[in-house]
Design a protein around this ligand. Structure first.
Ligand SMILES: Cc1cc2nc3c(=O)[nH]c(=O)nc-3n(C[C@H](O)[C@H](O)[C@H](O)COP(=O)(O)O)c2cc1C
Length: 217
């Protein structure tokens, strides 16, 4: 079957002689909030047996008249290599909210995926999204929904957070049915609330569990 072959083809990692399928947790973060969510999501992925998170970032974009950034990030997760899109069993994509939408580096990345779209590289793979905003009503849901649209064009199976997660009904900050989120306020170093962290882990777990089930013989 197609999905079976996909997991079998996934580069993955080895643990105790067992092939581990990998979920790509891919994000852009300038101030660190989206990166904090990404780490919780990765923890959730790793809680699923035989599944592992692969954390990757996206570089900033600059106009042609500006100097280019170093080809390797100064800290944190490495930049994505395009081949990793084919290798992953699922994708979880994160972006800060910019004027109620995804940040330019994430849109730039998506706009460059014509070859992957034509080849169906992501078709049939589960995908989810996450974001961070400064303010409570600053556009989390519009950002999350707009990030899902191009993933649907790629044939991804969109995964959200169900209300069977108790924290979704209790949160007084981030966490939405459309994806994980954080309300960062004005400070760059704001920590996730317990509910935001729980819901981010739940999203990672849920996506990894669905990828695992899709790949089962
Ligand atoms: C150009 C720009 C536009 C932004 N637009 C919004 C917005 O529409 N709503 C909001 O609540 N926060 C907005 N923010 C704040 C960021 O979404 C917020 O600081 C987020 O937590 C940053 O994530 P990061 O720390 O991972 O970079 C904006 C920030 C910048 C720089």
């Amino acid at each position: 079957m197609h999905c079976q072959a996909r997991i079998a083809d996934t580069a993955g990692s080895e643990a105790n002689g067992t092939k581990m399928a990998e979920i790509l947790v891919l994000y852009y973060s300038r101030g660190g909030s989206v990166a904090r969510l990404a780490r919780q999501i990765a923890r959730g992925v790793d809680e699923v047996p035989d599944m592992r998170a692969r954390l990757r970032t996206l570089p900033s974009v600059s106009a042609v008249t500006q100097p280019l950034a170093p080809s390797v990030p100064e800290a944190g997760a490495p930049y994505l290599e395009r081949a990793e899109l084919a290798e992953c069993a699922g994708l979880i994509l994160g972006s800060p909210t910019r004027f109620g939408n995804m940040a330019a580096p994430v849109k730039h990345f998506l706009d460059g995926l014509g070859t992957e779209w034509a080849n169906g590289t992501l078709a049939g793979k589960p995908a989810a999204v996450f974001t961070s905003t400064a303010s409570m009503h600053g556009g989390q849901e519009s950002t999350l929904l707009s990030m899902q649209v191009p993933l649907l064009h790629h044939g991804c199976l969109i995964v959200g957070i169900p209300f069977t997660e108790p924290a979704l009904s209790h949160t007084r900050s981030g966490g939405t049915p459309y994806g994980a989120s954080h309300v960062a306020g004005a400070a760059d170093d704001s920590q996730l609330t317990e509910e935001e962290a729980q819901l981010a882990r739940a999203l990672g777990r849920r996506l990894a569990d669905i990828a695992y089930r899709l790949g089962r013989p």
